[in-house]
Design a protein around this ligand. Structure first.
Ligand code: ADP
Ligand code: MG
Length: 259
């Protein structure tokens, strides 16, 4: 479903991606995990045709994304990391706008919107402008907008941002069912939160390179660790963090607070 070959992308002197290659099969929930700045969002922006790579090739559902960036959008549901919505609109107006951009009929959009708003307990907020919404409420609308046109493929970039515990569980259950229906999911996260529970395969990214890939068991075996959290710490060189926190507070204690 997704074949990425030797993707390279720099921003000025900063190399965000240094030759990324991976494959994702239909029906996979693939976790794309790595620390802040590893290159996760840059990768999905390229995969969704929003950003041009410097080098490399991306084939998504048979489409060469670099040559035809718009051809990927009809079958893609994308939740970008910004989670931005048009705040002057209500959820119903926003979903109507998104649905029309996909060429859907108004009556179909309305019907799907009703059931989707109810899923995330937003039925009473559907006609309120989103400028008054909490981060989590806006994030729910962004997630729903990715489901609206029933795409075969989803890119979720830190989708849990702002969601409460109940909505997180609802979202997790949704992922399972989508995968069971044969949808393909690329799930980016800097946290292992639900990654451990939902992903069938993981790609671990550090400094613009894939440093490991496999199932959770394979990553634990590779690093000789009992938990995914410990394996992830080793793969992303995030060990000894307590010593680092202690060292910061010790250094700060020795510095003056006021001049
Ligand atoms: P992640 O999503 O894994 O946290 P990103 O893909 O957002 O990481 O960023 C990877 C690297 O590319 C970071 O060093 C980031 O500062 C840099 N970067 C990303 N987008 C831009 C941009 N538009 N301009 C300059 N640097 C960028
Ligand atoms: Mg990101």
């Amino acid at each position: 479903m997704i074949q990425v070959t030797n993707l390279v992308k720099s921003f000025g002197d900063r190399k965000a991606l240094s030759g990324i290659t991976f494959h994702i099969s239909k029906g996979d929930i693939c976790g794309y995990i790595g620390p802040n700045g590893a290159g996760k969002s840059t990768t999905v922006k390229i995969l969704s045709g929003m950003l041009e790579p410097d080098e490399g090739e991306v084939i998504v559902n048979g489409v060469d994304v670099c040559a035809n960036p718009d051809a990927v959008k009809p079958f893609l549901g994308y939740v970008p990391e910004t989670g931005a919505v048009y705040e002057a609109l209500t959820p119903r107006e926003y979903l109507m706008l998104v649905g029309r951009l996909y060429g859907m009929k108004d009556s179909v959009i309305r019907e799907r919107t009703d059931v989707m708003l109810e899923f995330f307990d937003l039925q009473d907020d559907g006609n309120e402008v989103m400028s008054g919404f909490s981060k989590g409420m806006k994030q729910k609308v962004v997630i729903l907008s990715a489901l609206l046109h029933d795409p075969v493929l989803f890119f979720f970039d830190e989708p849990l941002h702002g969601l409460d515990a109940r909505s997180t569980v609802l979202f997790k259950e949704l992922l399972f069912i989508l995968a069971r229906q044969g949808k393909t999911i690329l799930y980016c996260s800097h946290l292992l939160d639900i990654v451990e529970r939902v992903c069938t395969r993981l790609l671990v990214l550090r400094n613009g390179k894939i440093v490991a890939e496999g199932t959770i068991d394979e990553l634990r075996e590779l690093t000789k660790q009992d938990t995914l959290e410990d394996a992830f710490s080793i793969l992303t060189e995030s060990t000894d963090l307590r010593a680092r926190a202690e060292s910061l507070l010790k250094d700060l204690a020795e510095l003056p607070v006021s001049i």
